[in-house]
Design a binder for this molecule. Structure first.
Ligand SMILES: C[S@@+](CC[C@H](N)C(=O)[O-])C[C@H]1O[C@@H](n2cnc3c(N)ncnc32)[C@H](O)[C@@H]1O
Length: 239
């Protein structure tokens, strides 16, 4: 484990992450990702028995890392199609899940990829998935939204606007990142809590979303932009 990782990963999580990696390797088959044939990921199937993890671990949460999400799929497709967006740059994949966005960034030639998530199982999955795709991604277990903006050139956010409170926290954090000159890209299938007034659509692709293995829905890649003077005035009026 590198020093950078040690800074973020409390000791008790090392064993959990190692056990999770054993479980994932044994029970989640590796398959090409729909609409992104360049990437293969461990994905939960009917025989995976994720309930066994839940039985063993009271802290086990929703296994987002074991599935495909429209936001991550569209953002990964975009980075692979437009490699100049990340090539030679430091990339943070925020809310990495399976690590799909960070893996795409690494494949597109990013100079460094860090993949942050609050779920140790996502950290385990990202490490395994990066390895099977032959790329280097540094998974870190931490909630970056509570602190200072990280040292990076571009933050890629795949599908993190699925809950109101989380969306609000993310938006505030990403605002702080913008003020430090960090570029922010968001991939999202137009979920309800997407801060649409702050987004500029860069591309749209039809990709499958969680729970829809066979159908696709339009999903966008957006640049997250600073508030306009009018939006800032609106904030002042409300305070
Ligand atoms: C819907 S999944 C999307 C995963 C991946 N980006 C994708 O698109 O496939 C959301 C992920 O964000 C993570 N997450 C939620 N809150 C977070 C936070 N404050 N910081 C980092 N990750 C977070 C969850 O644990 C989960 O892995």
């Amino acid at each position: 484990m590198t020093k950078k990782q040690d800074r973020y990963q409390p000791d008790h999580n090392h064993a959990k992450i190692a056990a999770a990696q054993n479980f994932i390797s044994a029970n989640l088959p590796i398959a090409p990702v729909p609409s992104i044939q360049e990437i293969r990921l461990h994905k939960a199937g009917p025989q995976s028995g994720l309930w066994r993890l839940a039985e063993q671990d009271q802290e086990f949460g929703s296994p987002y890392w074991a599935h495909h999400w429209g936001g991550g799929l569209v953002l990964a497709r975009y980075l692979l199609d437009q490699p100049e967006v990340v090539s030679g740059r430091r990339v943070l994949d925020l809310g990495a899940g399976s690590g799909i966005v960070g893996i795409a960034a690494a494949k597109a030639g990013a100079a460094e990829v860090i993949a942050a998530d609050v779920d140790p199982y996502a950290i385990a999955a990202t490490g395994l998935n990066a390895a099977i795709n032959g790329v280097t991604v540094l998974p870190i277990l931490t909630d970056l939204t509570t602190g200072e903006p990280p040292v990076t050139d571009i933050i890629c956010v795949g599908d993190l606007f699925y809950e109101a409170a989380l969306a609000q926290r993310m938006t505030a954090f990403l605002d702080r990142c913008l003020t430090r000159g960090i570029e922010v890209l968001i991939g999202d299938p137009w979920r309800a809590h997407l801060p649409q007034s702050r987004l500029r659509l860069l591309a749209e692709y039809a990709v499958p979303d969680f729970g829809a293995a066979t159908s696709s829905r339009p999903s966008g890649v957006f640049a997250f932009e600073s508030k306009t003077p009018r939006q800032c005035r609106g904030d002042e009026d409300q305070s």
